[in-house]
Design a protein around this ligand. Structure first.
Ligand code: SAM
Ligand code: SF4
Length: 450
């Protein structure tokens, strides 16, 4: 979501004459778009500001020009006044719901009358004020459809920093999707903090996420659709069926469970039990047998016992993930869990995290290795680090690289034979049409579309 917001900030600033700079040195404006989800993420902001300050001073002294320094995003929302106090050289501080006011803020900051602070939750929706012109995001694009959250999990800052749940009208989303496709997008990821809670206005009533996906899939030129991040409670039957019925909907789902213990899920206010999650996984696999799954886990939540942690290990063993994200519980100021009894020691958190990650790495590596020798359609979307290396994504969200290829592949979906499988991705080589057709008949589930 922050990547999407950053791209939209750039769209707002372009008419004022700004363009993207590859490095902060010599830039007229630097915006840190920040995350507040865990403590480490917000600590980074202050150390990054410390690194930027000499660049700002240098620009003023050597070139006589002002570098506007801004902090945006959820750290700005939660700690705006603290940022202005600790880093008075910062010119603008604004939250995720008010960045559409950037042009006014820039005008005020340029006048130099102290820091501009805007951490309101405005009555108007920022989406109504963002420019229609958008820079191309390339073959794989993000599109925000929903924002904020009303679920109030006891560990999470999102309802406080992003605000109440809001779904964009379907027509606006389809309009933006058409523009993204026209600017080269083959794949669109529909975004929201709680994306499957989407319930947007449409001409014929309120649309669910499944209905929205169906409408995006009908747009000419769209090859792949994804959505993230989902909550198990909102994994409705029509959305599960969409994985069976809509070929453009990719066989990959990030569905965070956080913990496998009912006692911990309860204390987290997740509103579902471990067995509900397992049932959803079963239904998803019945609808789309090859679906690849991903999740988020928090270890060391207050009150988590060794038995609770074992229940998390157990749900991982039962589900079999293609990839996952796991974190030590990080107490966030203002959230109920941060003042709950039974805080778990850092050493125990670290030890549990290491055990969980070991298991997840084993599963991820096994998932990648299960594709060795297969022919998979890959959307090439960027250059790799080494010359001649082009990177892409399989339908299952695995990164894949091929060697000795040219830039002309970027934006294409081509069949690739997987020749190497590692913990974090795959290596492959482009295959001939003949190869691809043979592979399709021997294993239709690989969905070769060459
Ligand atoms: N809406 C999604 C859901 O309900 O699962 C999650 C979105 S949250 C922005 C992303 C992830 O950050 C969460 O799934 C959780 O694992 C992690 N997270 C959030 N708060 C955390 C905290 N206080 N400590 C550690 N991890 C946290
Ligand atoms: Fe945070 Fe997700 Fe819970 Fe909302 S549903 S409070 S975003 S973890």
């Amino acid at each position: 979501m922050n990547m999407y917001d950053s791209a939209r900030m750039a769209d707002l600033l372009r008419p004022l004459g700004y363009d993207m700079s590859p490095a902060p040195q010599g830039a007229d404006m630097v915006i840190l778009n920040t995350c507040h989800i865990r403590e480490k993420a917000s600590e980074k902001v202050f150390s990054e500001l410390g690194r930027l300050r000499p660049l700002k001073d240098d620009m003023q002294q050597k070139k006589g020009r002002k570098m506007i320094l801004a902090v945006a995003g959820c750290v700005a929302q939660a700690e705006g006044e603290e940022i202005v106090r600790r880093a008075p050289y910062v010119d603008m501080v604004f939250g995720p719901q008010s960045f559409h006011r950037l042009p006014e803020m820039v005008a005020k900051a340029a006048r130099g009358a102290g820091a501009v602070l805007d951490t309101d939750f405005p009555a108007e929706s920022k989406f109504d004020f963002l420019p229609e012109e958008q820079a191309s995001q390339g073959p794989s694009a993000f599109l925000a459809v929903q924002e904020g959250c009303d679920k109030f999990c006891t560990f999470c800052v999102v309802p406080y920093t992003r605000g109440a749940e809001y779904s964009r009208p379907a027509a606006d989303i389809l309009q933006e999707a058409r523009r993204l496709i026209a600017s080269g997008a083959k794949e669109i990821t529909l975004l929201g903090q709680n994306v499957n809670a989407y319930h947007g206005e449409a001409k014929d009533g309120t649309w669910s996420l499944a209905r929205l996906i169906e409408a995006v899939a009908a747009l000419p030129g769209i090859a792949r659709i994804r959505y993230t991040t989902s909550h198990p409670k909102d994994m409705t039957a029509d959305l599960i069926e969409a994985h069976r019925d809509i070929p453009q909907l990719m066989p990959y789902l990030h569905l965070p469970v956080q913990s496998g213990s009912d006692a911990v899920l309860d204390a987290m206010n997740r509103k579902h039990r471990a067995e509900d999650y397992l049932k959803i996984i079963e239904d998803l696999r019945a609808a789309r047998p090859d679906i690849a799954l991903s999740s988020d886990f928090i270890v060391g939540f207050p009150g988590e016992s060794e038995k609770d942690f074992e229940a998390t290990m157990d749900i991982v063993r039962k589900t079999l993930y293609a990839q996952a994200y796991s974190f030590k519980y990080s107490p966030r100021p203002g959230t109920p869990a941060s003042v709950q009894d039974g805080q778990v020691g850092e050493d125990i958190k670290a030890e549990r995290l290491a055990r969980l990650q070991q298991l997840l790495i084993t599963q991820q590596t096994a998932f990648n290795q299960s594709k060795l020798g297969a022919v998979l359609p890959v959307l090439f979307d960027r250059q790799g680090k080494k010359p001649g290396q082009i990177m892409g994504k399989t339908a299952y969200m695995q990164s894949l690289y091929i060697e000795g290829a040219g830039q002309e592949l970027i934006g294409k979906i081509l069949p690739v034979r997987v020749t190497g499988a590692y913990q974090n991705g795959l290596a492959g080589e482009l295959c001939t049409k003949q190869d691809a057709v043979m592979s399709f008949y021997s294993n239709p589930i690989t969905q070769v579309s060459a």
